[in-house]
Write a protein that binds this ligand. Structure first.
Ligand code: NHR
Ligand code: GAR
Length: 229
């Protein structure tokens, strides 16, 4: 009955931790059915184990090509019957076959205000471009890298003396607010991807997604079962 998440990671897993914490705090009515990593060394795997969540690690060296690797991911993930596949610092590009298999169920958080700064090293690019603001975006995944339909974004200022590190920390703090929020809309069946675009409560959403700091009233309220932890 509860909405089942599969979380894909490659590294630290702090977004995974924010999701686990939101579930524990009653702010997200979902369960993490499985965590999959393409890196044996990913620290996020320990976070999953500590939370009693099943883990899968797949090493690309054991597969002849991307298609075979992605088919193996599909086979492993489908055993857990996930409702939503959550990319959380997953650093490997997904094949069209993978994207098609999970069409409308595959979501990513990207560390920029999309459509700005697609790809890697986004914080450096925002600084070098002289952007006054930066942030993160949650989007449905399509075959166009970081180009799928945007669901919501959160902004941060870029400060005078920011380094990649100081700016990324500021952005990540917002990721931990934004991702559980969006996933709660999924878990409660409010958020879907339709042929005509992203729908929330059966209505189209702005093409640049919602702004976390300017949510319409019906989205801004915390769920009834939320409690402090
Ligand atoms: N796959 C598809 N099809 N579409 C997207 O939008 C995807 C995706 C897979 C991952 C996350 C993404 C990000 O948020 C993501 C979005 C990895 C790379 C990359 O270049 C780029 C973007 C993202 C993730 N990966 C290299 C590769 O060859 C490897 C880089 C590395 O291992 O460090 O896969 O930014
Ligand atoms: C996050 O900041 C996420 O936005 C970014 O990597 C970090 C992962 O941190 N994602 C990408 O760059 C995707 N290419 P985490 O592993 O601690 O959640």
């Amino acid at each position: 009955m509860t909405h089942r998440l599969a979380v894909l990671i490659s590294g630290n897993g702090t977004n995974l931790q924010a999701i686990i914490d939101a579930i524990d705090a009653g702010r997200l009515s979902a369960s993490v059915a499985v965590v999959l990593s393409n890196k044996t060394s990913a620290a996020g795997l320990q976070r999953a184990i500590r939370a009693g969540i099943a883990t899968i690690t797949l090493n690309k060296e054991n597969y002849p090509d991307r298609a075979a690797f992605d088919q193996a991911m599909i086979a492993e993930l489908d055993r857990f019957q996930p409702d939503t596949i959550v990319l959380a610092g997953f650093m490997r590009i997904l094949s069209p076959a993978f994207v098609a298999h999970y069409s409308g169920r595959l979501i990513n958080i990207h560390p920029s205000l999309l459509p700005l700064h697609k790809g890697l090293h986004t914080h450096l690019h925002a600084i070098q471009a002289g952007d006054a603001e930066h942030g993160c975006s949650v989007h449905f995944v399509s075959d166009e890298l970081d180009g799928g339909p945007i669901i919501a974004r959160a902004r941060v200022p870029v400060l005078e003396n920011d380094s990649e590190e100081t700016l990324s920390k500021r952005v990540q703090a917002r990721e931990y607010e934004l991702y559980p929020r969006v996933l709660e809309w999924r878990a409660t069946g409010r958020l879907t991807l339709e042929p005509r675009g992203v729908q929330l409560d059966g209505q189209p959403i702005p093409s640049e997604g919602f702004d976390l700091d300017q949510l319409p009233a019906e989205l801004a309220t915390a769920p009834a079962n939320s409690r402090r932890s």
